[in-house]
Design a protein around this ligand. Structure first.
Ligand code: TTP
Ligand code: MG
Length: 363
């Protein structure tokens, strides 16, 4: 028995090589060239690369030195978040002209539910075409659109013909499409899971479809049930415009209050790898790291550090956290709770996504 699928009209929009395209727009001398936006060759990581650089294998989250190795003529550009934020606001304003039901996933992508829309246009493809034109006219940037009856397929679709793509997955074609889709292209199946699936002989949707609910749950935990539905084109999650969570973090209440500096450092030291693992699993990093300390008298002290890039190296996160701890030393006598959080995240997270991410690693 399969679940009943709600048929919505959903568009997923994702800007092409977003940070890099903004740089090439604003600095014409960078156009047509391989560029990487990020920390640079020596220190730091690439946030994204222009399509000219991707030809060489340069990717997001790649260390600068490695990117340079792959593409010696690569030009490194320092991020300008203000400019990206501005473009993001512009595209959001365009989306607002079409529908109220918008769910941003990050600065450069969003789901739009256009089942009912402000244009009274029944064809979602028509709307997506218009949105792409308006985005280009307003920002000078191109984006890719995915259109389908549910979020999962719309998101998967927008990625299929990048850059400047427009891809419709029609409800009647969905099952066949999913059967042929390579497993690593399923949105929500991370690299690690894809690798694991391939190990079990699951290379595309059709292979996944052969697995029973029970077998999937056994092998992959609760998220196995999600895979079971997804490969059958079943995803009833609504587009939600009320996202709340803006940070990812962990905290630990101690069995007893501690006051010795080396003890506190040791607790933080044990928290740090778990914090990093959490960010990594969420595939999400923030520009801000916050240390939270609750004292024996229940006073909460927070200290933050913000950078102009997403802090995604474990060493740097550790270094910042320890620094924040030392800087707070005079503010408390003893500690009953320690916490770490990342905010100004690369991607917005909500409780749904949160659950998804946890499920994804529930094995
Ligand atoms: P993406 O949409 O993932 O990538 P993109 O827009 O650069 O390229 P694509 O055409 O494939 O969509 O991310 C949007 C922006 O977020 C990207 O331009 C830079 C930033 N970013 C990071 O800072 N770190 C990361 O690890 C990733 C993936 C993106
Ligand atoms: Mg993008």
């Amino acid at each position: 028995m399969s679940k009943r699928q709600i048929h919505r009209k959903i568009i997923h929009i994702d800007m092409d090589a977003f940070f890099a395209s903004v740089e090439q727009r604003d600095f014409p001398e960078l156009r047509g060239k391989p560029i990487a936006v990020g920390g640079g060759e020596h220190r730091g990581v690439t946030t994204t690369a222009s399509y000219e650089a991707r030809v060489y294998g340069v990717r997001s989250a790649m260390p600068g030195w490695k990117a340079k190795q792959l593409c010696p003529q690569l030009i490194f550009v320092t991020p300008r978040f203000q400019a990206y934020k501005e473009a993001s606001n512009q595209i959001h304003a365009i989306f607002e002209r079409y529908t109220h039901l918008i769910e941003p996933l990050s600065l450069d992508e969003a789901f739009l539910d256009v089942t009912e829309n402000k244009m009274g246009e029944p064809l979602a493809v028509e709307l997506a075409k218009r949105i792409k034109i308006e985005v280009f006219e307003a920002t000078g940037l191109s984006c890719s659109a995915g259109i389908s009856y549910c979020k999962f397929l719309a998101k998967t679709a927008s990625d299929l013909q990048k850059p400047n793509g427009l891809t419709l997955i029609h409800p009647e074609k969905a099952e066949q499409f999913l059967e042929e889709l390579p497993i690593e292209k399923f949105y929500g199946v991370g690299k690690v899971t894809a690798y694991k699936m391939q190990h079990y002989g699951i290379f595309k949707g059709a292979d996944l479809k052969n697995w029973s609910k029970i077998a999937l749950a056994k092998r992959f935990g609760k998220v196995g049930l999600f895979y079971y539905d997804i490969v059958r084109g079943i995803d009833n999650r609504p587009v939600r415009n009320d996202r709340k969570r803006k940070s990812l973090g962990i905290e630990r209440t101690l069995d007893e209050n501690i006051s010795e500096e080396h003890e506190i450092e040791a607790v933080l030291g044990r928290l740090l790898p778990r914090f990093y693992a959490r960010l990594q699993k969420a595939d999400n990093f923030g520009r801000t790291i916050t240390l939270k300390i609750k004292t024996g008298d229940f006073v909460v002290i927070t200290r933050s550090r913000t950078k102009d890039y997403y802090i995604n190296s474990q060493e740097e996160i550790n270094e910042i956290a320890m620094q924040l701890l030392r800087e707070s030393r005079n503010a408390y006598e003893n500690v009953r709770l320690l916490g770490l959080a990342a905010s100004n995240l690369h991607k917005a997270v909500d409780d749904d996504a949160e659950e998804w991410i946890q499920l994804k690693f529930d094995f």
